[in-house]
Design a protein. Structure first.
Length: 94
């Protein structure tokens, strides 16, 4: 459940930084933000590595930081990429 002041975005992990922080490039906007794992992901020992596709919660008041709440598996990541390709095709048709 997402809070009303939080924006959910999909992104790709570019780099792991010290202290559990990661640089993530958001898919729809194209900006890079700093993210850390959510508490539930830490509890369940879900690891995120470079080039993984993740779901990020970004606070609308500070768009430079976020929280990784979900890691897509390979099949879901392919669906996210196909959805992105479909969006590009629609924009080119206009």
């Amino acid at each position: 459940m997402v809070k009303e002041w939080v924006l959910e975005r999909d992104g790709e992990v570019l780099e792991k930084l010290p202290a559990g922080i990661m640089r993530v490039k958001l898919k729809d906007v194209g900006t890079e933000i700093r993210c850390k794992l959510s508490g539930k992901m830490k509890q369940r020992h879900i690891s995120v590595i470079t080039w993984d596709w993740v779901k990020v919660e970004v606070n609308q008041y500070d768009m430079t930081q976020g929280r990784i709440t979900y890691r897509y598996n390979n099949y879901q990541a392919q669906a996210v990429l196909e959805e992105e390709a479909d969006d590009v095709d629609i924009e080119e048709d206009k």
